[in-house]
Design a binder for this molecule. Structure first.
Ligand code: ADP
Ligand code: ASP
Ligand code: MG
Length: 431
């Protein structure tokens, strides 16, 4: 059996969904599980709804209604006669969303987030399932929340592997045996108490990998708007080229440093079960794409990963005492508690510096907890470049005209923190 994952870009409109159905019918194996994300930028729009729930409920309801209308446009385009069952289930998901928004009880932000954010996946999967059925592809949509079981770390549910593996097999095996396509949502799961949990932004790749591992798939394919994994993000850099093959290890490193093309947690479950991962273009499904598999590294060209919106946080001891292991233990305990990921770090005698994603709320919570011991200085508006397999000519070219704040080098990997280029606003001339 095989697993296909279709991301938001592939199902962004009715034509996208038609194309996905075509890929499934043309490239499927008899036993196939399909994991689908929310359409286009729906998850971003739902994040705005959640934000507004805490500020202005009427706005939140209006924004949710707009998301609903956008989906209704897709449905009207796709179906000649609207499938009643589809309309009923979609109505249910949106009404439940409205209830959560209307709820006056005080609830933690991250909990509320998870109760609303999955609507995008729930709705897109129902639309795709109905469309596949109409095209004569036998399909059963299974709610991912009955398979992916996590703890209650809201917005980043940690997988409970034993129950998750068992539930995936229980739900899928008999359906697959009948050559019926199993369709499910990426990105969401459920706690043992039946609360919806999300797996972190872009988490649908991870869902597909969890399912692939549980069912010991022959392969997993993620279908993208790019030809495969490239040497850098083509939306940011010129002169990128496709990597035909990556080892699991190289893929883990690349995605860990923030290459947006695959969610960083995706590779490990596949590597453990030795399942090849293909990254292919949904625009040119016949083309080769990238294969991620195996242990052997050939020579790679330089691979560049850019993470924007970074900040350097400098901690220095107030009494000029050395920053010692006990201080570091305390800092790292807090990074863990507030789920702050350290991208680069460096220490001197009385100071310690980390490069982290800029997040005002998290930084404030952190500073509040350490200000008795440390003076904290935050330097925002930075970019972090990570270059794997860096060569001598690469770095000067990349850093041309950039103000470098910090540089770290270990074996094949160079990391450079630079000041973000100011946004240039092109003003229109009015003559
Ligand atoms: P999905 O539709 O699955 O959510 P994403 O938009 O999350 O797809 O990921 C695909 C995008 O990842 C590409 O359009 C590209 O801009 C970006 N990207 C970043 N780094 C890379 C890379 N090294 N190779 C290919 N694409 C990359
Ligand atoms: N829809 C979710 C997101 O945009 C999950 C995913 O696409 O992987 O983050
Ligand atoms: Mg995505």
């Amino acid at each position: 059996m095989n697993v296909f994952k279709f991301g938001g870009a592939s199902v962004k409109d009715a034509n996208g969904i038609r194309n996905v159905a075509e890929i499934i019918s043309k490239y499927r194996s008899d036993e196939l599980v399909v994991v689908v994300s929310a359409t286009g930028k729906t998850t971003n729009a739902l994040e705005q709804v959640i934000q507004e729930k805490f500020e202005n409920k009427t706005n939140a309801l209006q924004l949710l209604r707009k998301i609903r209308q956008d989906h209704e446009v897709i449905i009207q385009d796709l179906f000649n006669s609207l499938p009643a069952e589809l309309l009923r289930s979609i109505n249910e998901y949106f009404v439940e969303g409205e209830w959560v928004i209307d709820e006056d009880r005080e609830m933690a932000y991250d909990y509320v987030y998870d109760q609303i954010i999955g609507i995008g996946e729930l709705v897109s999967s129902q639309i795709l399932a109905s469309y596949l059925l109409e095209k004569g592809i036998k399909t059963k949509c299974i709610d991912a929340r009955s398979m992916i079981i996590t703890d209650d770390t809201w917005r980043e549910g940690r997988i409970q592997w034993t129950s998750t593996n068992a539930k995936i097999r229980d739900n899928c095996n008999s359906i697959l045996r009948d050559n019926i396509v199993v369709l499910t949502q990426g990105f969401i799961g459920s706690t043992a108490e039946n609360n919806t949990v999300s797996l972190g932004r872009e988490g649908s790749d991870y869902t597909a990998a969890i399912i692939s591992a549980a069912l010991e798939a022959q392969s997993m394919t993620i279908w993208k708007d790019v030809p495969g994994v490239l040497t850098a993000d083509p939306k940011v850099f010129d002169n990128v080229s496709k990597l035909d093959h990556l080892s699991f290890l190289e893929a883990i490193e690349m995605t860990y440093y923030g290459a947006k093309v695959i969610h960083p947690k995706t590779i490990q479950p596949l590597k453990n079960k030795n399942i090849p991962l293909y990254v292919k273009s949904f625009l040119h499904p016949e083309k080769e794409g990238t294969l991620i598999f195996g242990e052997i590294d050939r020579d790679y060209p330089p691979i560049v990963v850019l993470e924007s919106n970074q900040s350097l946080v400098h901690f220095s001891s107030k009494d000029l005492s050395f920053i010692a292991e006990d201080h570091l233990a305390r800092l790292f305990g807090l990074f863990d508690k507030f789920r702050i990921k350290v991208n680069v770090m460096r220490n001197t005698a009385i100071s310690f510096t980390v490069c982290i994603q800029y997040d005002k709320a998290k930084l404030n919570s952190l500073i509040e907890k350490v200000q008795d011991l440390f003076t904290v200085i935050v330097e925002p508006n930075l970019d972090l470049y990570t270059i794997r397999h860096c060569n001598d000519s690469m770095l000067p070219r990349l850093l041309e005209e950039k103000i470098v704040i910090m540089e770290e080098r270990i074996r094949k990997t160079v990391q450079v923190v630079v000041k973000s280029a100011p946004v240039i606003i092109h003003k229109k001339d009015h003559h």
